[in-house]
Design a protein. Structure first.
Length: 364
C-alpha cells in the first residue's frame, strides 16, 4: 500500500533475510538437541543456511521480488539432498532417542519420473522470470484496465508535513489482466497440467479445491486491503505516521515490530504489508530515512511473527495431530519470535544510521 518500487523493497529484504537465514538452521539444531547436536550437524546446517541465504540474496537483488520464495526453497532443498547423499551425522536425533544412521536405500524412481515431478516448479520459475521483464510487462500492458472513481479521484489532498506541497490523491482502480504476475502463475499451472497429462475435469477440480482451501485467506486479505485503502484516504495512516515520527531515531528499531504485530493479528504477511506499508513509508519520510528500509523491515518482521500467528499455530497443530496444544506451542515459540524480531530491529537501525551503503539499489 505504498508507492515504492517493489524491486527496491525486495532488495533491502534480500540483504537482511540472508543473515537470518544462516542463523536459523543453527538455532534450530541447538533448540532441539543442544550444542552436542549442533557439533554433529554443523556441516548440514551450513549447507542449508548458506544455500538459502546466497540464493535469496542473488534472486532478490538481481531478478525481482516475485521469485525468491520459490528459488530459495528449491535450491536449498536440492543442495541439502545432494550433500546428504555424501555425508551423514554420526548420530541421528529422534524423539524416541538417539539412533545410528542407516544405509540409504536406493530410489525406485527413474530419472524421467523425478524430472517430471520437479518440472512444474521449473516451469513456474521460468514463467515468473519472464513476466518480471520490463519489455514483457510493457508488451502485455494493453490489457490493463484503469477506472477512475469520480467520487474520490483527486478529491483528497495530501498536505504538509506529509508532502511539501498539497498533492491530489488519485483513486484509480487498476487491474492487469495479462501483465500481472498472477497471470504467469496461471499459465504455469496450465502448462504443468498438460505436462502431467491431467484431464481437464481433474485440473478444474483441483483448482476449485484450492480456492476452497484459500477462501478464508482470500477474504482476510481482501478485507485488510479494504481497510488499508480507507486508512490511506481518510488520513489515518498519515496521522499515525506523524505520531510515530515522534519516536525519532528509535523508529527503525520498532519497524519490524509493526510487521510482527500485523502478522500476529491477520495471519498474513501480505495483509500486514497492506495494513502498515503506507504508515512505514510515511513515517520514514518524516524522519529522512529511506522508506524502502522501513517497509522491508515491516515485511521481514512479519516473517518472524508468522510462528506465533494463531492461524498458523492452529493449522500446524491440526496437521500433526496436536489439537488442543495450541497454547503450549504459542508459549514455546513466542520467545524465539521476539528474539528474531529484536535482532531485525537492531539490524534495521544499523542500516539506517551506520551502514547506509547497504541501501544502494540495483536497477533492472
Amino acid at each position: 500500500m505504498s508507492n515504492l518500487d517493489p524491486f527496491h523493497i525486495r532488495q533491502i529484504a534480500g540483504r537482511q533475510l540472508p543473515i537470518l537465514a544462516i542463523i536459523v538452521p543453527f538455532w534450530l539444531m541447538v533448540m532441539i538437541d543442544g550444542w552436542r547436536g549442533l557439533k554433529q550437524t554443523f556441516p548440514v546446517a551450513l549447507v542449508a543456511g548458506g544455500s538459502f541465504a546466497l540464493t535469496l540474496f542473488l534472486t532478490s537483488n538481481f531478478i525481482g521480488p516475485e521469485l525468491p520464495d520459490i528459488t530459495v526453497s528449491l535450491v536449498s532443498l536440492i543442495a541439502l539432498a545432494a550433500f546428504l547423499k555424501k555425508w551423514q551425522p554420526k548420530e541421528i536425533f529422534t524423539f524416541e532417542g538417539i539412533k545410528q544412521p542407516s544405509r540409504q536405500a536406493t530410489s525406485d524412481y527413474t530419472i524421467g519420473q523425478v524430472i517430471r515431478v520437479w518440472a512444474p516448479f521449473a516451469i513456474l520459475t521460468v514463467c515468473v522470470s519472464v513476466w518480471t521483464l520490463k519489455d514483457v510487462k510493457a508488451a502485455l500492458s494493453f490489457a490493463t484496465i484503469q477506472v477512475e472513481w469520480s467520487a474520490l479521484h483527486n478529491l483528497v489532498l495530501k498536505a504538509a508535513p506529509i508532502v511539501n506541497e498539497p498533492t491530489p490523491y488519485a483513486a484509480i482502480f487498476k487491474i492487469d489482466l495479462l501483465s500481472a504476475v498472477g497471470t504467469s502463475i496461471l499459465l504455469a499451472a496450465i502448462i504443468s497440467a498438460i505436462l502431467l497429462k491431467m484431464k481437464p475435469a481433474q485440473a478444474v477440480e483441483t483448482f476449485v479445491e484450492t480456492l476452497k482451501e484459500l477462501k478464508l485467506s482470500i477474504l482476510t486479505i481482501g478485507l485488510v486491503l479494504a481497510f488499508a485503502f480507507v486508512a490511506n484516504y481518510s488520513g489515518l495512516s498519515s496521522t499515525l505516521a506523524l505520531v510515530l515520527a515522534a519516536t525519532s531515531v528509535t523508529f527503525p528499531f520498532f519497524s519490524p515490530f509493526l510487521g510482527w504485530l500485523g502478522v500476529f493479528l491477520t495471519g498474513s504477511d501480505t495483509s500486514a504489508n497492506a495494513l502498515f506499508g503506507s504508515l512505514q513509508a510515511n513515517t520514514a519520510t518524516q524522519l529522512n530515512i529511506a522508506p524502502e528500509l522501513t517497509v522491508a523491515a515491516n515485511a521481514i518482521g512479519g516473517v518472524t511473527g508468522k510462528m506465533i500467528s494463531p492461524q498458523s499455530i492452529a493449522i500446524a497443530c491440526a496437521a500433526v495431530g496436536l489439537e488442543g496444544k495450541e497454547s503450549d506451542l504459542f508459549r514455546f515459540t513466542i520467545k524465539h519470535s521476539l528474539i528474531f524480531c529484536t535482532f531485525l530491529g537492531l539490524l534495521t537501525v544499523l542500516q539506517a544510521y551506520i551502514l547506509p551503503w547497504t541501501m544502494i539499489f540495483f536497477h533492472k
